[in-house]
Design a protein around this ligand. Structure first.
Ligand code: PPE
Length: 308
């Protein structure tokens, strides 16, 4: 999961393009202490026509502003300005393909939980990022382990917000799974139903029917939304409903979706192979259409590409 290299020429901070080595913050940055920050992750791909495009940039930045609204943070830019900053960062660093990380956080000034006067700062960085769950993951599929960590309840933290502090839950689950030799964790919700991976949404297939958990204790993934649309357009039925883990044990296929993970097949959960342990036909079809979309080969999804 190591980044190829985070170093680029410039990072956008508070409206200015700053050299990489000067993109620093003070140790009393409020968000660093309490985890109250919101962020996004997007990917930019080089199309077959040679032009680079960010996948669903406007939707990601809309979710950034939704996340901020949920946690009562006011971002001092318009959504259009932040989308433009993302495109500018890709262009100025001459990155044909990359991962883009917008972040909004509270700066220094006051400390304490009741501080409300710290400036909201916004940054956008980008870097090349290869396969999230390993080079072989897309061909062979990954091995998951049900986590001992439960996905937080929506009255504790609100999963609709992509907030930095929420990721302590994901990181602990991911550490546990990888330490025990698995590729990724599968988190259940407080009622014991399947929620999502540490950084991916989850889909399961049986008898040609696709199921994915509803938006109660998961991040409303933009890849998840795209995949639901792709499935429905391909006349493959998909329903959003709660299901327990044993539905996955007896499934024909399973896969995970995310900006970083893209569409990654799942070949095993809790040491039980899923189907014949290889990426199945529906999974392969989704991978293929999704990949074609990202590189501009699917005219019907052309509006999902934001050219930089
Ligand atoms: N659930 C979680 C908890 C999550 O973090 C992500 C994205 C998703 C689902 C999928 O959402 P979307 O990217 O909109 O399809 N995880 C990001 C974090 C990766 C990281 O390690 O950092 C990502 O994929 O960019």
């Amino acid at each position: 999961m190591a980044a190829d290299s985070l170093r680029t020429d410039r990072i956008w901070i508070d409206g200015a393009m700053v050299p990489y080595d000067e993109a620093n913050v003070h140790i009393l940055t409020h968000s660093l202490h309490y985890g109250l920050a919101v962020f996004e992750g997007m990917r930019c791909y080089k199309g077959d026509d040679g032009r680079s495009a960010i996948f669903r940039a406007k939707e990601h930045i809309r979710r950034l502003f939704d996340s901020a609204h949920i946690v009562e943070m006011c971002i001092p830019y318009s959504q259009e300005e932040v989308v433009k900053a993302c495109a500018d960062v890709v262009r100025i660093n001459r990155l044909a393909e990359c991962y883009i990380r917008p972040l909004a956080f509270y700066g220094e000034g006051e400390m304490g939980l009741s501080a409300r006067n710290n400036k909201v700062r916004v940054a956008v960085a980008a870097w090349p990022w290869g396969a999230y769950l390993g080079e072989e993951s897309i061909q062979k599929g990954v091995r998951l382990k049900t986590s001992s960590f439960v996905r937080f309840h929506h009255n504790s933290l609100m999963p609709m917000a992509k907030a930095s502090g929420h990721y302590v839950n994901s990181i602990l689950a991911g550490y546990e799974a990888r330490r025990n030799g698995y590729d990724e964790a599968l988190l259940l919700d407080v009622n014991g139903y399947v929620a999502e991976g540490s950084g991916e949404n989850f889909f399961v297939v049986r008898d040609g029917m696709v199921r994915t958990p509803p938006l109660t204790s998961i991040l409303p993934g933009i890849t998840r939304d795209a995949v639901i649309k792709i499935l429905r357009d391909a006349a493959i039925p998909v329903i959003e409903e709660h299901f327990p883990r044993d539905v996955i044990y007896i499934a024909d296929e399973a896969f995970m979706t995310g900006t970083a993970a893209e569409v990654t097949p799942v070949r095993e959960l809790d040491d039980r192979s899923i189907g014949d342990g290889k990426p199945g036909p529906i999974t392969r079809k989704v991978v293929e259409i999704f990949r074609a979309t990202l590189h501009g080969r699917e005219p019907r999804y052309a509006s999902w590409l934001y050219h930089v």
